[in-house]
Write a protein that binds this ligand. Structure first.
Ligand code: BGC
Ligand code: NOJ
Length: 811
């Protein structure tokens, strides 16, 4: 069943009922100012950091899902309704929500009044703008009232939910004309405040939540709206809000438009006050002055659309498959940008008060957005590397506001260092910018011990070389990519963090997954060393890689698939010898992607085992058989009920690894079959089963052992976005950036047909036509570049050209 449809021309998903299985959200904002916005106008706004600078309040774990947002109430006689349906839930005569790229539109109609909202955050200013157009669709005059509503968060979203003894006394606001200023804590250590304003004279305002709602009413029955009159109260403590009242008369057929602006302002420490107790409003007024008319709004909106059109045009495919076209051209790239901005901090499943930026997460996200915003990718790499320790290990997370490593979680996740190589290599393959390798980058933010980025990569690599276990495989530490495989943890008491409990390092437990990563990213690091002319380092690295391959072949191979790990007793994990958890997806994907077993048939065997043992109609499960009891020696993975999350869920993140691995052995049909199973557009028809947004990937789909097999959770913020984009663009469609230039080597289903890709690479636009006359799955027979046939798969890079036309004909 569907709850809407794709409008590809407008790059929108159109939701046709507010009663979606779960809130279906969108993200507004490109730089520092962000809003999460659901299809019923729920959500919240923050500046830079969802925990530390939260502007509006969201209510977690509430009895009705998706409580609190930026609401507009319309009072038309005795009927009170919201264009996005929530929170009054008054049945609408019609409803539509269009989630677009960086904006959302809502249209609600009730009793002949249409309310159309367009909302977005301009690319260059810390403000969310909403245009509200009210139209009288009937043939008699209407006198209605429009009320806005936002509830302020007292900045630190974590403290805001907990520290009532203080917080209920500190709320402060000011109101001048149509602008409400939220200035809690500005009197002391903060130099920032928020504003909410409308470009029209108002008929009243409210800044106290209790006055607005009545102390015992919910947001669905606000007393002041029912009364039709706001009381112009200036809040003092308790729950500050901002609400404007506009009395609107509409002749038959008439429309009136208002522009609302919700902004964030910072003042210099010595310029905070206009006079004692009165905040300096100059910057706020200057910001609001930019958006006083509908024309100002429309112009800023056009600019935003152009900004996104330009970004998304960097990779564009035309094929006969509409799902691939829309996911590649629109939604998959868009999701990559959102994960760039949010890492894993703020979604409807990540509260924004927990994790900051993940080290491995952010490195992997780079793979998906580096072609879109290479400059910001460069900056991100430096930020990430700056949190590395001198021995090559790394803080597992860092805070976006301070860019400092998060000592609560610390280090000890032994895959982390290698992801830095993955991200940096992707950046250089994309841009050719080797200057980044010579940048001086601190360790643990200490510039006095800074070295070049290349040295950081060396220490990343050597961290693994220096941390091997009894089988010469990498020690796993607290965990590798699978945060829940905690082989040194041994936690027996509730409340202990699986990720942090126990020693960060054990001398025995080893990871075959990290071994696969070491081979793959070790080779990429060796290629960088070669590029810099350091052939000695290249040779040393490749020799280490060979040793690792030998270790995998000796003790990492189980007969039909790759072993997952060795636990702290040196027992195999992910082997036919185990009673539960006999086969895991991760080493099959990573080892084959690294090329291990491709020559001796083990890769094919491993992938056949994946198909036979892990596949379902909704995707490939992470392991089988699911763990049915808690295994002290394995940790969090066995804490989940069978079929959920890391315990035999379908982790969308590593499905593309299997798909890529299939392309490594030339099986395009199977690679695409795996791609399709988790691809949002392909499964739009089962939205009532899948439940999360049909335009983005979720982290996890419940596996075959789960009660709700096929149901997804944790949409939006997942490495799935980057890895799927990498898979479809670089491996299936086969346009892969190498250090020397773009390579063209598709691996598609036999019946996929011809297709065209436009790819902007290092400032050059490549128009690539791929022909598959004999319906093969892999192999390019000839490559012509601007009419000249070239040998091999790589288009020689020529910076003097602006446009290059390429024809690749498959065998
Ligand atoms: C989740 C993992 C996640 C980890 C982050 C665990 O509870 O299952 O998916 O990576 O928390 O700390
Ligand atoms: C989610 C985390 O963000 C990611 O870092 C981890 O690799 C996966 N879960 C798997 O546990």
């Amino acid at each position: 069943m569907k709850f809407g449809y794709f409008d590809d021309n407008n790059k929108e998903y159109v939701i046709t009922t507010p009663k979606t299985p779960l809130p279906w959200i969108n993200y507004l904002g490109c730089n520092d100012f962000f809003t999460l916005l659901s299809n019923t106008c729920g959500g919240y706004t923050f500046y830079k950091d969802a925990k530390l600078l939260r502007m509006t309040r969201y209510r977690y774990n509430d009895t009705t899902p998706d409580t609190n947002g930026k609401y507009f109430y319309i009072k038309d006689g005795d009927t009170i309704w919201n264009p996005g349906w929530q929170p009054t839930k008054t049945e609408l005569d019609s409803y539509e929500c269009r989630h677009g790229i960086g904006y959302s539109k809502f249209t609600g109609v009730k009793n002949n009044v249409e309310a159309a909202l367009v909302t977005f955050v301009p690319a260059d200013n810390p403000v969310e703008l909403t245009k509200v157009t009210l139209t009288n669709k009937g043939d008699a005059k209407k006198d209605i009232q429009l009320f806005s509503y936002v509830e302020w968060c007292l900045w630190n979203a974590d403290d805001d939910m907990k520290n009532y003894q203080r917080n209920l006394s500190i709320g402060e606001v000011e109101v001048v004309d149509s602008t409400i200023y939220h200035k809690t804590e500005y009197r002391e250590r903060r130099n920032h405040y928020a504003v909410y304003s409308v470009n029209a004279k108002i008929d009243g305002f409210e800044t106290s939540r209790d006055e607005f709602r009545g102390a015992y009413n919910g947001p669905d029955k606000p007393a002041a709206v029912i009364e039709g009159k706001l009381h112009n109260t200036i809040a003092s403590g308790w729950y500050p809000i901002a609400s404007h009242q506009l009395n609107v008369s509409l002749e038959a057929g008439e429309s009136k438009t208002f522009v609302f602006a919700l902004g964030y302002i910072e003042n210099a420490e010595d310029d905070k006050w206009e006079k004692p107790g009165v905040i300096n409003k100059k910057k706020a007024d200057a910001l609001l002055a930019k958006y006083q008319t509908t024309e100002d709004f429309d112009k800023a909106f056009d600019e935003l659309c152009k900004y996104w059109d330009n970004l998304l045009s960097k990779f564009h495919i035309k094929s006969s498959d509409e799902h691939v076209n829309r996911m590649v051209n629109i939604w998959n790239q868009y999701q990559c940008m959102v994960t760039f901005n949010m890492s894993r901090s703020a979604s409807y499943y990540e509260t924004g008060i927990g994790r900051g930026m993940g080290f491995r997460d952010s490195c992997q996200d780079l793979l998906g957005f580096v072609h879109l915003i290479p400059d910001r990718a460069r900056e991100r790499i430096i930020d990430i590397a700056s949190t590395q320790f001198q021995d090559g290990s790394a803080y597992h997370q860092y805070q976006p506001l301070t860019k400092k490593g998060n000592s609560d979680i610390g280090s000890g996740f032994n895959d982390d260092p290698l992801w830095l190589i993955a991200g940096t290599s992707a950046y250089i393959r994309e841009t050719g910018d080797t200057s980044i390798l010579k940048e001086m980058v601190p360790y643990d933010n200490d510039m006095s011990v800074a070295t070049t980025l290349m040295e950081h990569l060396k220490r990343s690599f050597d961290y693994i070389v220096n941390h091997k276990g009894p089988h010469d495989l990498p020690l796993i530490g607290r965990a590798d990519w699978n945060d829940c495989l905690n082989l040194n943890c041994f936690s027996e008491h509730p409340g202990e963090s699986f990720q942090c409990f126990g020693p960060s390092e054990g001398p025995v437990a080893e990871s075959v997954f990290i071994a696969g990563m070491f081979v793959k990213y070790g080779r990429e690091y060796a290629a960088l060393a070669k590029l810099l002319g350091d052939t000695a380092e290249e040779a040393r690295v490749l020799a280490e890689v060979d040793k690792m391959i030998a270790a995998i072949e000796k003790d990492g191979w189980d007969g039909e698939w790759f072993v997952r790990a060795y636990d702290a007793y040196s027992h195999k994990v992910g082997s036919k010898e185990c009673d539960e958890g006999q086969i895991y997806i991760e080493p099959q994907g990573m080892c084959v992607m690294a090329g291990v077993g491709v020559d001796n048939g083990n890769a094919e065997k491993a992938l056949n085992s994946v198909k036979a043992k892990l596949d379902t109609k909704y995707g490939v499960m992470i392991l089988q058989p699911a763990y049915t009891r808690y295994h002290l020696e394995l940790g969090e993975i066995t804490s989940y009920p069978p079929g959920y999350k890391e315990n035999a869920g379908i982790f969308c993140h590593n499905n593309p690894w299997i798909s890529i691995a299939e392309t490594c052995i030339g099986r395009g049909d199977r690679a695409f079959e795996v791609y399709k199973k988790t691809c949002p557009s392909y499964i739009e028809d089962i939205s009532e089963i899948h439940r999360t947004e049909p335009y983005v990937y979720s982290q996890m789909v419940a596996g075959a052992d789960a009660k709700f097999h096929g149901e997804a959770k944790n949409s939006w913020l997942t490495g799935t976005a980057a890895w799927t984009f990498t898979n479809i663009s670089q491996y299936i469609l086969g346009i892969y950036p190498t250090l020397e230039g773009l390579s063209v080597n598709p691996c598609t289903p036999a019946a996929f047909g011809d297709f065209n890709v436009t790819r902007v690479y290092r400032g050059v636009t490549y128009n690539i036509e791929i022909k598959n006359p004999n319906k093969v799955q892999k192999g390019v027979a000839s490559l012509t570049v601007d009419g000249v046939e070239v040998q091999g798969n790589v288009i020689p890079f020529d910076p003097s050209k602006k446009v290059v036309n390429v024809i690749a004909t498959m065998k």
